[in-house]
Design a protein around this ligand. Structure first.
Ligand code: EPZ
Length: 443
């Protein structure tokens, strides 16, 4: 499929100086936007390439900061990574010089921990830093460590680092998680692919990015499949081969642009989208009173006829897939500020992914934060320009949505958070008629 990427590709590494978005809100967004490849698939696919010494080629990789960090971590290990064209990365992990993931990498990006499984199962040992990641909760990795131990790994924790080794080879086994964990499932699956024997992972997370990763592993020669919606079974192989793969569309970016149309009273067509991965969000849009048209990889939403208050408020609760994704809670909260009534928000996955609503309040939203997991949004509220600060990736993109919907000018500090996970988001919004610029933070 030709890349319908209407933007000039130009990856700009993060500037040293902090940057802010300056946004003039109030204009309805109109036009067509191409959804990029999924960050939370691409990062794991790049890590999975370490399972073989042969070359792997990935297309539709989003040009975002987190991908740049993952590439840096891989090249620091001694893995060869080529970047022959926009969105195209080739990885050849013939051998590695170092089996060490430093604190700096982990502090920049929690997803670096996904290298635990592949490095341990391929090379038999790894020293990896306890990760940092977004400011949305404690986010421990105990379930990942337990999963590796269930496969026979010996792991000690000293001075902020996990010292992991697999005497001989990892052995297949039963991995039973006490709760659903996305990257825990992925680390277990990756490690099991080269472990000796059969591994059963239950409950296995069901996010579409996991099935995208599984599809790539099967192309590599892995024997891995879902034997039930929440169960993954793996029969380990001695070696895997190189393979090519196109990254699945980003369902969180998809939801972000659907909400952008709704809250600006605009009309958008999304290309390269995956309707089948945003079912919970489409149900929510229908209940709020703004149906979305889906045809294959195109989605259309038209909010031009909406009047303030036409949208109906409703209660939401985040849940593991196929429930409403926690990463969609922030954009959906912006939508609910424009809906009539009291909407109760229950953030069930992370312990402080509600606090960002305090920043949304600065733009005029009426929000009562009850505790770390619950809030009430009262709408419809007229949003106005304001200064606000971004604490994490998804909240950042949602503050942009609120500023686009607001009357007046907003200054949103912390642009780098957003560029970790959204490719060219300011350019994409500009092409849809938004007045948004990113520049050195005057603060
Ligand atoms: C993945 O994080 C995503 N990140 C997150 O997206 C996403 O919000 C999350 O899944 C939930 O869908 C990537 O894929 C890189 P979890 P992950 O393990 O795997 C607790 C974004 O913005 N837990 O499913 O780290 C954890 O604290 C990011 O792209 C443990 O207690 O999430 C949380 O409360 C934000 N111990 C719950 O489980 C563990 O060892 C679910 O976390 C692991 C997790």
């Amino acid at each position: 499929m030709a890349d319908a990427r209407p933007f000039h590709w130009e990856y700009r590494p993060e500037p040293a100086a902090p940057e802010a978005f300056r946004i003039e809100g109030g204009a309805p967004l109109r036009g067509t936007v191409a959804v990029s490849g999924a960050k939370n698939a691409a990062l794991k696919l790049l890590a999975a390439a370490v399972l073989t010494g042969e070359r792997c080629r990935f297309e539709n990789v989003p040009e975002i900061e987190d991908v740049r960090v993952m590439v840096q971590v891989l090249t620091d290990l001694g893995v060869v990574v080529d970047h022959p064209a926009p969105g195209v990365y080739e990885v050849a992990a013939g051998d590695v010089d170092w089996l060490f993931i430093p604190l700096e990498a982990a502090a920049k990006m929690r997803a670096s921990f996904i290298l635990l499984g592949p490095l341990l199962t391929r090379f038999g040992r790894v020293i990896i830093s306890n990760p940092g990641g977004d400011r949305i909760g404690r986010r421990p990795v105990n379930l990942h460590v337990d999963a590796m131990r269930a496969l026979g790994a010996e792991i000690d924790y000293r001075n902020g680092y996990y010292y992991a080794q697999a005497p001989g080879r990892l052995r297949g086994g039963e991995i039973t998680f006490p709760q659903v964990t996305v990257m825990g499932t992925e680390n277990a699956m990756l490690a099991a692919c080269l472990a000796e024997g059969r591994t059963v992972i239950h409950p296995a997370a069901q996010e579409p990015e996991i099935d995208d990763l599984m599809a790539f592993l099967v192309k590599m020669g892995a024997e891995v499949a879902r034997t039930a919606p929440d169960t993954i079974e793996v029969h380990g192989q001695r070696r895997l081969r190189g393979a090519n793969h196109r990254v699945v569309p980003d369902r969180i970016e998809t939801g972000t642009f659907l909400v952008a149309a709704a809250v600006t009273g605009g009309k958008l067509t999304l290309e390269n989208a995956a309707c089948e991965h945003v079912g919970a969000l489409l149900d929510l849009f229908a209940r709020v009173g703004l149906p979305v048209r889906c045809e294959g990889t195109r989605m259309e939403v038209d909010a031009t006829g909406l009047r303030p208050g036409d949208l109906r408020g409703l209660d939401i609760e985040t849940a593991p897939y196929p429930g409403l994704a926690t990463d969609l809670q922030p954009p959906v909260c912006v939508l609910l500020t424009q809906a009539t009534g009291d909407s109760h928000v229950h953030e069930a996955i992370f312990e402080d992914r509600i606090e960002w609503l305090g920043e949304l309040r600065k733009l005029g939203a009426t929000v009562d934060i009850a505790d770390a997991h619950n809030a009430v949004i009262r709408g419809p509220a007229r949003l106005h320009g304001a200064e606000a600060s971004i604490g994490d990736l998804r909240a950042g993109a949602s503050l942009i949505l609120a500023a686009l919907a607001a009357e007046g000018t907003s200054l949103i500090h912390g642009a780098h958070h957003v560029h970790r996970g959204y490719e060219n988001i300011d350019r994409k919004f500009q092409q849809l008629g938004a007045t948004i610029t990113r520049s050195a933070d005057p603060a």
